[in-house]
Design a protein around this ligand. Structure first.
Ligand code: FRU
Length: 477
């Protein structure tokens, strides 16, 4: 470890220690989501199960609740439910990463944990450098940096980052998010046999490629995965214009389904589908564990014009990750399910098998940190509403077949909404935490993820409308 690296790690550690009391007393601190110990968190990184332990690394600025020279913070778990904070994995100490150890991924090879990440460099004249780097560990906790292994290829700007590595047909592959010199988003494929020498195979998808029209000026955090023998490219494009109820956030995250020809690096794919229809979901990453499940974590946040108004900043922290979700593919559509392990969090079960609402209301108490399952006996034909602690609400209108989530915007103080269309409403599975909502509609056919900041004293959830349903709920606090 270099002197600079140990100094940065020490400074970050001291910052977290000094702020521990103030951060932990924040009423919006979440009870079962991963958060930064202090400062700013964004993307999940390096997701892997290694030597029997789940590892989640994350983009972290320990020194302020804003972007900055990112570290890789680190949590581990044996069950995806109880997490342990580990020593910092990467600090931006070397010349090739001095302005941030940016996002990347993890694989195991030869018994070693390999982290691939982007070294971000901002020069004094305003230009940037970008280096795809490697770091190795034998225990999953302490990492030895090997420096840059992929340089910026011709044809791209220095917005070239977020390597995701996987193995296929006895070779290694890496996909990187990119921007062409003409300002178009791309996902660029590389291959290697030894993990240190990488050959560029070319862009597999991007704005203006494969039948896509204009599709953003930069693609971040690509992830190429296989589900049911189909190849999926998950990616976070920047620069899409809102289109009806689609693309309402500043940046988007979604996927293309198709078939990748690994020989020619040609990816035939269909249309882009958003992974989440809520307000706070970006830069997802996935991994598989030994059970073969494909598990996703995302950043439950977004850098937009309201981010800096979030009330947690007063207590020196900002943002969190989503709960882990299992991905399944049905008819080329991703369905998201909360991982089964989360049932371990359930306490104090309440069950109401037959609830008939006829324009009246049902009040549920103590819903600060809770799980709620609403099973509709028949598809809902009257209207249905859920009010969350007087600060957000979900409505289903069977006439338009639209599900609508509204919450108060922390900057404007006005309600804002996100909307998606479904065929009929059969189920709502909702994870509430002190300042977050994750709503699985019809077993994860559609998702709404949002942060919200209700009066901490307000813990009631109200169900209203005309519907017959079964209600199950648990305290997760
Ligand atoms: C996505 C992103 C990545 C980058 C990282 C920096 O949110 O912009 O492209 O690597 O965040 O923190």
């Amino acid at each position: 470890m270099t002197d600079r690296e140990s100094l940065l790690m020490k400074q970050a550690f001291e910052k977290a220690l000094k702020n521990k009391a103030i951060v932990e007393k924040d009423p919006y601190r979440l009870s079962y989501h991963l958060m930064p110990p202090v400062g700013f968190l964004n993307d999940p990184n390096g997701l892997i199960k290694y030597q029997g332990v789940y590892h989640v690394f994350y983009q972290w600025n320990p020194f302020a609740a804003t972007h900055g020279a990112k570290f890789w913070g680190h949590y581990t778990s044996v069950d995806l439910v109880h997490w342990r904070e580990e020593p910092i994995a990467l600090a931006p100490s070397e010349w090739y990463e001095k302005d941030g150890c940016y996002s990347g991924s993890a694989i195991e090879a030869g018994g070693k944990l390999h982290l691939f990440y982007t070294g971000n460099v901002k020069h004094e004249d305003g230009t940037r450098g970008t280096y795809q780097c490697l770091a190795l560990s034998t225990d999953g906790i302490y990492f030895e940096k090997k420096g840059p292994i992929v340089r910026l290829p011709d044809g791209y700007t220095t917005h070239f980052r977020d390597p995701k590595v996987w193995r296929k047909n006895d070779r290694w592959y890496m996909i990187v998010g990119a921007q062409t010199l003409a300002g178009e988003g791309r996902a660029v494929l590389f291959t290697s046999v030894d993990l240190t020498h990488w050959e560029e195979l070319g862009a597999v998808a991007g704005s203006g490629m494969n039948g896509l029209g204009d599709f953003g000026y930069m693609w971040e955090c690509p992830d190429l995965i296989t589900l049911n023998d189909r190849d999926l490219l998950l990616v976070s494009p920047q620069g899409l214009e809102p289109d009806g109820h689609f693309y309402r956030n500043l940046y988007q995250s979604g996927y293309f389904v198709g078939q990748l020809d690994y020989e020619t690096a040609r990816f035939r794919h269909g249309a882009f589908t958003e992974l989440d229809r809520g307000f706070d979901f970006y830069a997802p990453q996935t991994f598989t564990d030994e059970s073969g499940r494909r598990i996703l974590f995302a950043w439950m946040g977004m850098t937009d014009d309201s981010e800096q108004y979030q009330p947690t900043i007063a207590n020196n922290w900002l943002h969190a990750l989503t709960i882990p979700r299992e991905l399944q593919l049905q008819n080329d559509k991703i369905y998201q399910k909360p991982v089964a392990e989360l049932r371990k969090l359930r306490k104090k079960e309440v069950r109401m098998d037959h609830v008939a609402l006829e324009g009246d209301q049902l009040s549920l108490k103590d819903m600060h940190s809770a799980e709620l399952i609403l099973d509709f006996a028949e598809p809902v034909v009257g209207g249905f509403e859920v009010y969350f602690r007087r600060e957000a609400f979900l409505t289903y209108d069977p006439g338009s077949k639209e599900v609508r989530l509204q919450r108060r915007n922390v900057r404007t103080n006005r309600m804002e909404e996100r909307v998606c269309s479904i065929d009929s409403l059969t189920k709502l599975h909702i994870f509430l935490d002190h300042s977050s909502l994750e709503i699985f509609v019809n077993d994860g056919q559609e998702m709404f993820t949002a942060r919200y900041f209700p009066d901490p004293a307000e813990s009631g959830v109200i169900l209203a409308g005309r519907a017959e349903l079964g209600v199950k709920m648990w305290d997760l606090g």
